[in-house]
Design a protein around this ligand. Structure first.
Ligand SMILES: *Cc1c(COP(=O)(O)O)cnc(C)c1O
Length: 393
């Protein structure tokens, strides 16, 4: 969709350009569970979807709808729907679109919860997933060409920040008619728009960068209208509805999304360069470094490289990570990312907490890996903090 309004303006105004009760300038938090009608014919029309309006809070709600609309405009999709968490929207999408006998092609580096759906839950319903090596585009193309209902991608990945070429892989899926879903949580709509690169659907854990303040859970998906309707229909029945209060917090957070992400992009690049030179640090994973395996792809499809990076300590052990993290003054050691505060974590307690040490090793995730979610603090303070913490180990 060709949208003449720029993303910075859309972050502020998107979904909010209508008149609210009594001229309120901010979207009201509508807690009402149901919506009453005095005209039974009008009620009937709204219920049938012939007229805009709301019936019951598990289905739709004005605050939630404003949030969905803001994301839809930023991603340039036809339609959007949401859920209580990122996993709520991912599972609604997979269970809403797939049926017994369908095949999925995905990558080994999807978010830990998503890979649980592929390993543990979907096979119970005879939906099997082939998980390809994330670094091997040719292998992914080969698996897609064998035929599948759905291609599920994520880029950049968690926690080793790998990059997939979305134009290349969506082109492969188009040839076989497979639906392509992209988890765009790490990039944000400011840095990357998968729908413009050929994906059918793009989703976010809104808990992370979209909300940005680590105080509300949420998930959202947008893209092709028919597909979004199927996902919405399953979500209204499974009941994983986004709460209006959470929707409000996410909406408020998103008004500064463009400012936060711009700062995070800049700081993360500087920090990645600093870590790259540091004697106590081994590999640094950041797509904005020329040494990153997929630097060219990142330059082609991303408008910024994002706030997420990870690095391995030279002493590549969990013990070394356990000594480092508590020494950081300006970083919460917590299982979250994308907030205004810097956050650090280790895969064993964050992205891959659901996996055993052996499963993590099989996925190529080193035990001495530190995931670093850059906040909006002054970059100089973050680098000084890392300097003193790395000296201490
Ligand atoms: C956190 C996260 C999810 C899951 O989101 P929740 O809101 O925690 O359910 C999915 N994908 C990615 C990339 C994530 O970082």
């Amino acid at each position: 969709m060709n949208n003449p309004v720029h993303k910075d303006t859309q972050s502020v105004w998107g979904g909010e350009e209508q008149s609210w009760m009594q001229g309120a300038t901010q979207v009201p938090v509508v807690h009402s569970v149901s919506f009453g009608y005095r005209d039974m014919d009008e009620w009937m029309q709204v219920a049938k979807g012939e007229k805009p309006g709301h019936i019951y809070g598990r289905n739709t709600n004005p605050t939630v709808q404003a949030f969905e609309e803001k994301v839809r405009l930023l991603e340039g999709g036809q339609a959007a729907t949401s859920a209580a968490t990122g996993m709520g929207i991912i599972s609604s999408a997979l269970f809403g679109l797939l049926g017994s006998g369908d095949r999925v092609v995905s990558i080994k580096d999807t978010y830990g919860g998503t890979s649980k759906l592929f390993f543990e839950f979907l096979p119970r319903f005879q939906v099997n997933t082939t998980l390809c090596d994330t670094a091997d585009h040719a292998a992914i193309e080969t698996e897609i060409a064998k035929g599948c209902k759905l291609v599920y991608l994520e880029t950049p990945t968690n926690p080793t920040i790998k990059i997939l070429d979305l134009e290349r892989l969506t082109a492969a899926a188009k040839k076989t008619g497979a639906i392509v879903i992209v988890d765009n949580t790490f990039a944000t709509p400011i840095n990357q728009n998968p729908l413009q690169l050929g994906a059918d659907l793009v989703l976010h854990s809104a808990t992370k960068f979209l909300g940005g303040h680590a105080d509300a859970l949420g998930g959202v998906i947008c893209g092709n209208k028919d597909l979004v309707e199927k996902i919405y229909h399953f979500r209204e029945i499974n009941g994983a509805t986004l709460h209006p209060m959470a929707a409000y917090l996410l909406l408020r957070g998103m008004k500064t999304l463009h400012l936060r992400v711009a700062r995070q992009n800049r700081s993360a690049l500087e920090i990645a360069r600093f870590l790259f030179e540091h004697p106590a640090v081994g590999r640094v994973y950041y797509p904005g470094l020329e040494t990153h395996d997929n630097y060219e792809i990142a330059c082609k499809q991303m408008q910024g490289f994002g706030g997420m990076l990870s690095f391995e300590l030279k002493e590549n052990t969990l013990e070394a990570v356990k000594r480092l993290l508590p020494r950081l003054r300006f970083a919460h050691a917590a299982a979250n990312l994308g907030a205004v505060e810097t956050l650090v974590g280790m895969p064993a307690t964050t992205s891959h907490v659901e996996c055993t040490a052996r499963e993590r090793a099989a996925m190529g995730i080193p035990e001495g890996l530190v995931r670093y979610s850059t906040g909006i603090e002054d970059t100089r303070d973050l680098i000084a903090d890392l300097t003193q913490a790395l000296e201490g180990i």
